[in-house]
Design a protein around this ligand. Sequence first.
Ligand code: 5GP
Ligand code: MG
Ligand code: MG
Length: 183
Amino acid sequence: MRAAEIQNELTEVLVTEEQILAKLDEVAAQVALDYAGKNLLLVGVLKGAIMVMADFSRALPTVVPMDWMAVSSYGAGTKSSGVVQIRKDLDEDLHDRDVLIIEDIIDSGLTLSWLLENFESRGAKSVEVFALLRKPDAAKVQVDCKYVGFDIPNEFVVGYGLDYAERYRNLRDVAILAPHVYS
Ligand code: 5GP
Ligand code: MG
Ligand code: MG
């Protein structure tokens, strides 16, 4: 992906890779304290959380198990449908685990509130959330997100794992996608 090619597809860089990595160090230090002596399991929500999981897990000072779940609530568009589908289920048994869900972004919060309920019903001892990004609409639904990286404006963003139609995930920064790309 050449710079010139993507430049007119993005309007503004919201969070740089450098800012993200510094924040992940900060959150990892807090999580290490909060989960000392606990049965921590990181659960990444595919595919958007791949970069957060990769960098966050390596910022932790100890070896930690991780698992993945793939759900879909957006399809190819830019607005949540509210219908959550399991595309790939967990491999791990959640019984007595202290689960920390790793998410790229909370927008409507529909996906997360569904996941929280689902994981609790599987016998997890505790379920908390770390979302790298949070949009203002997330305040409208009751999702208890213990760790948040950055509050961002209500724009459709891509990069650092976040896609539009499977593109842009490998951008290092988080940027606003130009509306002409999707409208
Ligand atoms: P929610 O259920 O909270 O509305 O969002 C569910 C999922 O939609 C997020 O985990 C993320 O994968 C995707 N999503 C929400 N907002 C954005 C955005 O601004 N950009 C991209 N690329 N995906 C988003
Ligand atoms: Mg996600
Ligand atoms: Mg997506």
